[in-house]
Design a protein around this ligand. Sequence first.
Ligand SMILES: [Zn+2]
Length: 350
Amino acid sequence: MPLVRDAYGFLTLPGTFSAPADLPHRVEAPSFDVWPTSAEVVERTLLGDVELSAEDARAHPGIAPLARAALDAWAGTPEPAGVHRIAPGVRVVPVRTPTLPPATQTNTWVLGEHELSIVDPASPWPDEQARLLAALRALARAGRPVVRILLTHHHLDHVSGAEVLASALGVPVLAHPETRARVAVRVDEELAPDAVVGQGIDALRCVLTPGHAPGHLCFARENGVLAAGDMVAGVGTILVDPDEGDMLEYLASLERLRALAPALLLPAHGPPILRAEAKLAEYRAHRLMREARVVTALAQARTLDALVPLAYADTPAAVWPLAARSLRAHLDKLVKDGRVRRVGDEWTLV
Ligand SMILES: [Zn+2]
């Protein structure tokens, strides 16, 4: 079964969700029963920071006051409709998007306590855009104005609501140059790796994490909360597509994130991830497990069509067209590693 590109240019399987922008669609509330409770998140992130050991406090002198300030802000007023508060300075408005199944939504992360940064407003649909705008205007009336929109990467299920929102709120859109080069959305400012946007507890540091997409950025708060874009997923899987992805870079980016020792990952799709380091290690191990299966399969087969059923025998045949894309990304990495040689459409072990 061949992959097709849907109305938004996404690689997808024929028959899976793919609706033109003017078709009616259902607005589904995410099932927050599978999300960690705010109390769990706070306990594992900010409360931990408040009770820093003397040694930690010396090593990170800025953290304790930041956490206390955020906790003070946390004990504030109820949230506007449609806004879900995950932790101090961390809110989310999930919006329905044409994304890769089984995910059906993209999380619009709303980061900050005083001046808000919006990460990946993504819905192409006017009713979803209006719902997000209403929620953000309510936050502004409560003294929390949006001051910027940040894009993690260029995929349409991350950027499609950015221009409308930027115009409505009169705020700039910021993205990495590689993202800017790939989007129709107006990007006002370019973000360099390690650039810091915002101030105090609202500050976010850009972490360059290519691999899923060129110029992919994650955004890190000082308290260990990290908006992870499509580096990890709370639901579904992360596709490393050989056309624009790079498995070698993706694995290096996973390691870069792990070195930051984040406390909480905020993925673009699905619930926040509490055991961040374990999840990042699991993602890396999973890719290396698959690579090992590809190497084993290469003892018996040389073409993509013959390799997929061997290397992905543990996955349903329905997803093999997507698996073939991932397989190509693995083979490209193995060629770069010098372990595999490519001649035409055949791959052999060196
Ligand atoms: Zn993506």
